[in-house]
Design a protein around this ligand. Sequence first.
Ligand SMILES: [Zn+2]
Length: 370
Amino acid sequence: MGQILKSIKGFMGPAKYIQGAGLLNQLGEYTTPFGDKLIAFIDDFLYESIAKQLEGVYGGRCQNVKFSGQVSLENAKRYIGIAKQSDASVVLGIGGGRTMDMAKLVANETGLSQVIIPTSASTDAPTSALSVIYTEEGKHSHEIFYDKGPDLVLVDTDVIAAAPIRLLVSGMGDAMATLFEARANLISDSTTNMKGGYKQTLAAYAIAKECYAVLLRDGYNAKLAAEAGALSPALDNIIEVNTLLSGVGAETNGASGAHAFHDGFTVLAACHNKLHGEKVSFGVVCQLVLENRPPEELEEVLQFACSVGLPVCMADLGVTSLTSEDARAIAKAVMASPLILRECLDVNEDLIFATILAADKIGSNYKATH
Ligand SMILES: [Zn+2]
């Protein structure tokens, strides 16, 4: 039976994804199929402007709730209570990763429809069927996986284009990992990130390949366009890459080495102010060094990462001189992540330790010579 289960493939994503300029102003049209009473969880730092916009769209039909604090189980209890007391039939989650994760948690607990509206293209949270749970103190606790993804992911490119450039670039770092992690999972015959642990589909792998191809082609120009405040076709593509291709690609292929190294970097205080995708970027370099990929492949990644300003060495992550103790601490944390076991070779702490030192040298040497 185990043998048979091992071969079951699976694919999932949001029921609907739409992307375009100014969509937030027509939000009513898109949410009508889910009912006319809504409850919106809105990021606290965007609350005033978004709440005003929703007021214009819905009048009094949408209850606006300011989201603040952690995506903790304690906090979730409070927000689930608020949703249960409302007579809404749909939950809107508008903001960054934490707000979207809380909205998904509330919608799944209450059985309400879920409409997710990201305000930056920096994470895989909009499309994924999971929430990352933290303690009240902000320490990572666990993930809750859901049976289905959001009913609708609505991406207003005007909103995304106005977000800080660093968020867009960080999203590219996360997207850069998708294909390499998919390949590691394919070779090691590992399961995906989906609830139920299915195997990869051809569709999932095709998404990962396109994710990387468009990233290399349009990433640099998209960053320049964002800096110019211009919603160019390249920027429009990268918003989709960072949100849909990276999100569905990671969920349906599975994460592996790059994210395991990311988890490792989080043990160093110096890395704490770095964004998820920034840490993942150097994680990709580490993964390729671990797998001893051809120099051309590594060079392509280094060249792209440097062109958009993504980290390729520990100094880029705030650790100016990597000590052996730091590298050892990272290696221990990498080995504690189950994701590293999805790599297609036998790993141990010493190998990871050596990989971190070598990758750091390769990345900093590349920067010094290019
Ligand atoms: Zn990620």
